[in-house]
Design a protein around this ligand. Structure first.
Ligand SMILES: NC(=O)C1=CN([C@@H]2O[C@H](COP(=O)(O)OP(=O)(O)OC[C@H]3O[C@@H](n4cnc5c(N)ncnc54)[C@H](OP(=O)(O)O)[C@@H]3O)[C@@H](O)[C@H]2O)C=CC1
Ligand SMILES: CC(=O)N[C@@H](CCC(=O)OP(=O)(O)O)C(=O)O
Length: 344
């Protein structure tokens, strides 16, 4: 058993992490925190936790004092100081935000308007895309858990890029996210009358996940990859669906691509490459840690179309964070994550 704690448990991703950790047989949740609600029960915010699942929210320091594995689920720029404390005390740290995802401080400054307070810490960070960086994650003490959009996109392209089957270095990606992706704060865009029965792109060619996506795709391809990335707000609670357009090298066939995807993911429990002719649908991954990928081919342009779906709060945040904890702690990688998608 390890002692775990969550800083920022009152937010959507933190509360989802709490929900999933309650079912994990190797952990004891010793403290959960919130700045605004310290002293209140988590069921005061989320009544689904009434009864046997309830716990008092405390101060962030309480989590740092009591836990050996610490998760931070905070807005960008707030996690570094907690990671520093963990490093000094020999504790493990997983950040669900963006503070430990980017390799270059200049990218972080440009896209998040923050400097690194402790540059040395970032030499230890590992990008927590579980299926791709498994060996590094096992040895890591600081994990930057991937962003929700980047998770769906990088898993969707990994087999293709690793085997350099793409023709161009420019890739077009349309992603759509449910409204929990925006967190619990109220906003005009996620207000029910505004987003319900509507659908709109936002931050076109300017979303902060762009450098993270390009960074990870470039490493996979071993060459610079650029993306034209357009996120959209989908009027559903959960789920991300990314549609990715890539031209194939002239001598690569769709059958070869399909085989490579199968081979790459055949032993990966959480990545399901769908049979030819099926289309990935976010309904069938909601509440699960699965990433479903379907592959399609437009023969007129020798173009591959990848559709990749995840639950933004599970594989896109809390679920992947637990998968990473399992790897770091030597637990069964699937422990606490065997949820079957909840929609029909
Ligand atoms: N929602 C999602 O699908 C995903 C989220 N993430 C990332 O996880 C992190 C948390 O996101 P999410 O749960 O959606 O966000 P929420 O807005 O729902 O929650 C934010 C949390 O941060 C806490 N917090 C502490 N200090 C501050 C502060 N100064 N300003 C605002 N909040 C503060 C809040 O606590 P309190 O208000 O109680 O004090 C709350 O617990 C972010 O970095 C986000 O980008 C990553 C992938 C997916
Ligand atoms: C729908 C929606 O608003 N989504 C958020 C992405 C959320 C997120 O979780 O960002 P990180 O993964 O970087 O932490 C956005 O576009 O800003």
């Amino acid at each position: 058993m390890i002692k775990v704690g969550i800083i920022g448990a009152s937010g959507y991703a933190g509360a989802e992490l709490y929900r999933l950790l309650l079912n994990h047989k190797n952990v004891e949740i010793v403290a959960i925190s919130s700045q605004s609600y310290a002293g209140k029960m988590i069921s005061d915010l989320y009544p689904s936790f009434y009864g046997p699942y309830d716990m008092c929210l405390s101060q962030d320091q309480d989590v740092l004092d009591k836990a050996d594995m610490i998760f931070a689920s905070l807005p960008h720029g707030l996690s570094e100081k907690y990671a520093k404390v963990c490093e000094e005390q020999g504790k493990k740290f997983i950040d669900l935000g963006a503070d430990f995802r980017l390799d270059k401080e200049s990218d972080y400054q440009q896209w998040y308007q923050h400097d690194y307070q402790y540059p040395g810490l970032h030499e230890k960070q590992v990008y927590g895309l579980s299926e791709v960086n498994r060996d590094l994650i096992k040895k890591a003490t600081i994990i930057g858990n991937p962003g929700c959009y980047p998770t769906s996109i990088t898993l969707g392209l990994y087999p293709l890029l690793k085997n350099q089957m793409q023709k161009d270095e420019k890739i077009i990606i349309d992603s759509k996210s449910g409204t929990t992706g925006a967190g619990k704060s109220l906003s005009e865009d996620t207000h029910f009358p505004k987003c319900n029965e509507s659908f709109h792109p936002y931050k076109i060619a300017s979303h902060r996940h762009t450098p993270e996506i390009e960074q990870e795709l470039s490493k996979m391809a071993n060459q610079d990859i650029q993306v034209m990335f357009t996120p959209h707000l989908l009027p559903v609670n959960r789920g991300i669906i990314s549609t990715i357009y890539v031209s194939l090298k002239d001598d690569v066939t769709f059958d070869e691509v399909y085989d490579i995807y199968h081979k790459t993911y055949q032993d990966e429990y959480f990545v399901r490459v769908l049979p030819k002719g099926k289309v990935a649908d976010l309904k069938f991954v909601q509440y699960s840690n699965f990433c479903d990928i379907s592959l399609h081919y437009d023969e007129r342009y020798h173009q591959l179309i990848v559709v990749s779906t995840i639950d933004n709060m599970v594989k896109g945040a809390a679920g992947q964070a637990i998968q990473n904890m399992n790897l770091m702690c030597g637990f069964n990688e699937l422990e606490g994550l065997m949820m079957i998608p909840a929609s029909f």
